[in-house]
Design a protein around this ligand. Structure first.
Ligand SMILES: NC(=O)c1ccc[n+]([C@@H]2O[C@H](COP(=O)([O-])OP(=O)(O)OC[C@H]3O[C@@H](n4cnc5c(N)ncnc54)[C@H](O)[C@@H]3O)[C@@H](O)[C@H]2O)c1
Length: 258
């Protein structure tokens, strides 16, 4: 596949199958492209079926092996079927990125809608558990591999107006550490990534004042790109990260350093 990536990394995922939830947009789409460029067969698992199919078509047209599956990470039955689809389609599962997520409304904790809370936690935290619940046995069956769970800078910092998102992303870090302890000596490395604010469709409802405020939180003076998050995630999935287990890695333009 033709990309601008360094040639040394071109075959680093060949023979591996990767499952990317939320792979049809933003960070997940950049990551799906990055993994395909590295030779992986990529399953784009997303509840936006049309976008998932379009993304998979883009990758297959560029010569990669890719497939789309419609899935809702808040529904364990749907997640189990999605993981089974990946194994049935490409023969085994080695790599998984649990990235599907939503933002939720901005309201203080004392006014936050109970339904909104349940939806954000179901997607951003339970969705990661359901995904690992079915991915990990499949990865063990394949002889081992690696998982990255998409947390956020808000997996370690608070953020006024986002109680559900912050609680869920902190939860993802704890869940990642625990699963990593359970599988470290069984051939599966499990880590979490904490992006700062990244210029993706997730920020589509942010007006220019709020956007400028978000930019001001990053000493780098800008929002991050999906490709910058994809690069760290790809590293953690690769053999180059062979001694990295159960840790939480920031890609945040310096947000957390201040
Ligand atoms: N954009 C940011 O500033 C930022 C910062 C830190 C962390 N993150 C995290 O990165 C991840 C990706 O976010 P993004 O910015 O690329 O967002 P995005 O909106 O561009 O993409 C999210 C994808 O997840 C899918 N999705 C949402 N709910 C789903 C569900 N229930 N089941 C299956 N798929 C579902 C959407 O269809 C979409 O394709 C999220 O977990 C998000 O919380 C984003």
């Amino acid at each position: 596949m033709s990309t601008d990536l360094p040639t040394a990394y071109e075959a680093e995922f060949s023979g591996r199958t990767a499952f990317v939830t939320g792979g049809a947009s933003g960070i997940g789409l950049a990551l799906s492209r990055r993994l395909a460029a590295g030779g992986a067969a990529v399953v784009i698992a997303d509840h936006n079926e049309e976008s998932a199919r379009k993304a998979a078509d883009e990758l297959t047209s560029a010569g990669a092996r890719a497939a789309a599956v419609a899935l809702d990470v808040t529904d364990p039955v749907s997640v189990e079927a999605g993981v089974r689809f990946a194994v049935d389609t490409f023969g085994a599962l080695h790599l998984a990125v649990n990235n599907a997520g939503i933002g939720g409304p901005s309201q203080p904790t004392g006014a936050y809608g109970v339904e909104d809370w349940n939806k954000v936690v179901a997607t951003n935290l339970s969705g990661v558990f359901y995904s690992m619940r079915y991915e990990l046995p499949a990865i063990l069956e394949a002889g081992g591999g690696a998982v990255v769970n998409m947390s956020s800078i808000l997996g370690t910092n608070g953020f006024a107006g986002s109680p559900a998102y912050v609680a869920a992303k902190h939860g993802v870090v704890g869940l990642t550490k625990t699963a990593a302890l359970e599988y470290a000596d069984r051939g599966i490395r499990i880590n979490a990534v904490g992006p700062g604010f990244i210029d993706t469709p997730l920020l589509r409802d942010t007006d220019s004042v709020a956007r400028d405020h978000l930019i001001s939180l990053h000493p780098a003076g800008r929002l991050g790109t999906s490709e910058e998050v994809a690069e760290l995630t790809a590293f953690l999935l690769s053999e180059r990260a062979s001694f990295i287990h159960g840790s939480y890695h920031l890609v945040d333009g310096g947000y957390s350093a201040s």
